[in-house]
Each structure stands twice: as structure tokens, then as C-alpha cells.
Design a protein around this ligand. Structure first.
Ligand SMILES: *Cc1c(COP(=O)(O)O)cnc(C)c1O
Length: 225
């Protein structure tokens, strides 16, 4: 399967999901998750009109970033160790995995040194699976309040990873709940601005995520198979 064919399939599924849920495809941004592929393949991704690139491992990401940094918008979507923050700060445009205060403090410290602001998503472990990263639902609001005290961190929205299963009946409530949590944070005016984004949906489940309000979907396997 060629990249262009894969993109066509994904695009038409996005259109379908948008139709079902009364949304417009322009509101959905695709992050091409390039952790599986080479610099050359990422070049192809850019050539096909993609702008958003997602990587989940610092070392791997940096090697690619070094060659390609003048292109695209870079999203760090993996778990992030505090000691690695200094390697990616100022390079990645978005960090999707804010999930603990020590990480927030480290990002804030580094951002202040560079005099920049960092776009972040708070990652929520909605499903409650023990193996999943992210802050638990019951700690989310207190955490968000803390995060809002850090001027250099701009929270764009929430991120989650659904269980890797096929059963739509189990996946959909996860996405619905992330959206509700985001809306509640906005209603409580925890931040001085509204959180507009929801980073949710991967190759396995992005249609459902779109129907439930995703604004960023993160697609790897389906693009490169
Ligand atoms: C790998 C990865 C993706 C992409 O997953 P696919 O199933 O290959 O589309 C999305 N989000 C995160 C956080 C990932 O690590």
C-alpha cells in the first residue's frame, strides 16, 4: 500500500466520521506518528501535505528532528522523563504527556530559561488501566489547578489513549469522558482561557474519537502499513 493510498483511506474515514457527528474535516488535525519510520519516509509525509509529526521516544525523535527540524510542527506524544525535558524543550511544539507535577516544574524551569512558552496536553488515564500513563481522573482537577499556576505552560487540552481493543462499546465511553472532563475544566474556569483541544484516537479507533470530539488524532500504523 502506498502512502497516498493510505492517506486517501484515512481521509475518507475522517469525512464519514465527521458526517455522522455533524463536524467538518477541517477541524480535525492528523498527527502523523512517525516512530516506526525513517527520515526519508517522513520527507514523503511532508511532501504529501502533512505538517504535524508525532514521536514518542526522545533519542529517536531527536535524530529525526536534527535532519528535519525546519519542517513541520513537532509533537512529543510519549511518556517523558523529567531529565529528558532539556533535550526536547524549544524543539517540540507540543508535549502531549503532562501527567505529574515534577514534569510540570521541570518544563517550567527550562522554559523560563529559554524565555518561551510550551504548548501542552494533560494526559489522562481515563480507562484506569494500570499499564497506562496519565493522571487519574480523580486527581485531574487538582492537578489542572496546579498547572494553571505555571505561566510558561499553555494547556491546549486533554489527551488520552484508549484500551487497545476492538469493542466499540468499551472505547467510546473513554473518549466521551475525556471530552466531558475537558468541558468541566472549562466550566470551572480553572485556566484563564478555554481548553479547545482533545488529542485522542489512533489507527484502531480514530473514527470513534472524531465522533466524540477529537481535534487531534494520532495515526501511525495506518499511514505506513
Ligand atoms: C504509537 C502511538 C500512536 C499511533 O498509534 P497507531 O496505532 O500506530 O496509529 C498514537 N499515540 C501514541 C501516544 C503512540 O505512542
Amino acid at each position: 500500500m502506498s502512502l497516498d493510498e493510505n492517506i486517501q483511506r484515512i481521509t475518507s474515514r475522517i469525512e464519514n466520521a465527521c458526517k455522522k457527528s455533524n463536524r467538518t474535516p477541517e477541524d480535525i488535525k492528523i498527527i502523523a506518528v512517525t516512530k516506526y519510520v525513517s527520515v526519508e519516509q517522513i520527507e514523503e509525509v511532508f511532501a504529501s501535505g502533512f505538517n504535524n509529526i508525532g514521536e514518542n521516544r526522545v533519542q529517536n525523535a531527536l535524530e529525526k528532528y536534527q535532519t528535519l527540524h525546519d519542517k513541520g510542527t513537532w509533537h512529543f506524544i510519549g511518556q517523558l522523563q523529567s531529565k529528558k525535558v532539556k533535550s526536547i524543550i524549544g524543539k517540540f511544539d507540543y508535549i502531549h504527556s503532562l501527567d505529574r507535577l515534577s514534569l510540570v516544574e521541570e518544563i517550567d524551569k527550562r522554559a523560563e530559561t529559554l524565555d518561551i512558552k510550551v504548548n501542552c496536553f494533560i494526559q489522562v488515564n481515563v480507562s484506569g488501566e494500570e499499564t497506562k500513563a496519565g493522571i487519574s481522573k480523580d486527581k485531574l482537577f487538582a492537578f489542572a489547578k496546579k498547572v494553571s499556576e505555571y505561566d510558561s505552560i499553555i494547556v491546549k487540552g486533554l489527551m488520552t489513549i484508549a484500551p487497545n481493543i476492538q469493542d466499540e462499546k468499551q472505547i467510546r465511553p473513554i473518549f466521551k469522558e475525556l471530552r466531558q472532563l475537558r468541558d468541566q475544566i472549562n466550566e470551572q474556569e480553572i485556566f484563564q482561557y478555554q481548553l479547545t483541544e482533545l488529542s485522542m484516537g489512533m489507527s484502531n479507533d480514530f473514527d470513534i474519537a472524531i465522533e466524540e470530539g477529537a481535534t487531534y488524532i494520532r495515526i501511525g500504523t495506518l499511514l505506513f502499513k
